[in-house]
Design a protein around this ligand. Structure first.
Ligand SMILES: NC(=O)c1ccc[n+]([C@@H]2O[C@H](COP(=O)([O-])OP(=O)(O)OC[C@H]3O[C@@H](n4cnc5c(N)ncnc54)[C@H](OP(=O)(O)O)[C@@H]3O)[C@@H](O)[C@H]2O)c1
Length: 284
């Protein structure tokens, strides 16, 4: 297997917190052949799945976070925010300015990680979403004070293996949480509701469900692949006097767009609140 040429070179990668997101990122790296699986070591507290992850992905696994920190040039922190302080306390004496820290932990600022670790090493903060599990994630990345464009590029390469990547200033990550981080929940509700609409009109549920999900997938693909403004694509499917424009009128009457704008801004405000709670909380 030949690896693709990236900033990863032969650098070793450690993932502390081999849960959903951590394992998805490892899977992406391995499938995209960005590095040899032998360069990757992952840990979690329990032995759950560790043998299976090692067997299926060909990486090293352990319960020893210190072993991961010691053996990795790039360290991905993928535990829940409430476990962050424990993990950072455990490994901080092993962290050097040469380590590159990538965090997927929601709500924890790069400045907090740097000062907690007490080392001026580069920290990149990321906000992925759950479609990274199927290599269709939307991830935003931001660099902290000691990180460079090269570190951003490297993080971009890693997360590109599980979907699309946008670089934003760190102060926008709460808004990203409100948009793409939480967004899958909004779309699942859309799929569920459209399915119910189909069922109401007599379509068997499983067929309605597949039609609804594929419609959301196909519409997204068309937006992304054509690069056309969604309003133009909407105009293209609304025949004068036809069915779609009648439904669009119904959606406008109930304020669909206002509801979604409000959903993103409400989730953004909540993300800011949680971030403050997380950093102030001694149990973090
Ligand atoms: N899920 C999302 O949509 C999403 C989106 C963006 C960002 N994030 C962030 O991604 C992070 C991970 O989320 P997730 O959904 O992947 O959670 P998850 O599936 O619960 O994974 C967390 C992992 O951390 C491990 N862990 C906990 N304490 C540990 C410790 N002291 N040492 C080593 N490993 C430890 C857990 O292992 P054990 O189970 O063995 O304890 C588990 O494997 C979170 O910080 C979250 O904020 C999630």
């Amino acid at each position: 297997m030949s690896e693709k040429s990236t900033g990863l070179d032969n650098r070793t990668i450690g993932v502390i917190g081999a849960g959903h997101i951590g394992t998805a990122v490892i899977g992406g790296l391995v499938r995209a052949k960005l590095t040899s699986p032998k360069n990757i070591t992952a840990s979690r507290r329990t032995t759950n799945n560790l043998d299976e992850i090692a067997r299926t992905l060909g990486i090293h696994t352990t319960n020893d976070n210190r072993k991961v920190a010691k053996s990795s040039d790039i360290l991905i922190l993928a535990v829940k925010p409430m476990n962050a302080r424990d993990v950072m306390t455990e490994i901080k004496d092993l962290i050097t300015p040469q380590h590159i820290i990538i965090s997927v932990m929601a709500g924890i600022k790069t400045s907090f990680i740097s000062s907690y670790l007490g080392v001026q090493c580069p920290v990149i903060r990321t906000m992925p979403n759950t479609p990274v599990l199927v290599d269709a994630g939307a991830t935003a990345i931001s660099k902290g004070e000691f990180a460079t464009e090269e570190h951003l590029k490297l993080t971009h390469d890693i997360f590109r293996s599980v979907g699309s990547v946008e670089t934003v200033p760190e102060n926008l990550l709460d808004a990203v949480t409100g948009l793409s981080g939480s967004g899958p929940a909004y779309i699942y509700m859309v799929i569920e509701a459209m399915t119910d609409g189909g069922v109401k009109m007599g379509i068997p549920r499983q067929i309605a469900f597949r039609l609804a999900a594929q419609t959301v997938f196909g519409a997204s693909k068309l937006v992304i692949e054509t690069g056309k403004h969604p309003a133009i694509l909407k105009d293209e499917v609304t025949t004068p006097g036809g069915t779609a424009i009648a439904a669009v009128h119904e959606l406008e009457t109930h304020g669909l767009r206002t509801m979604l704008i409000n959903a993103v801004s409400t989730a953004t405000v909540r993300s800011k609140e949680l971030s403050k709670i997380i950093e102030a909380d001694e149990t973090l």
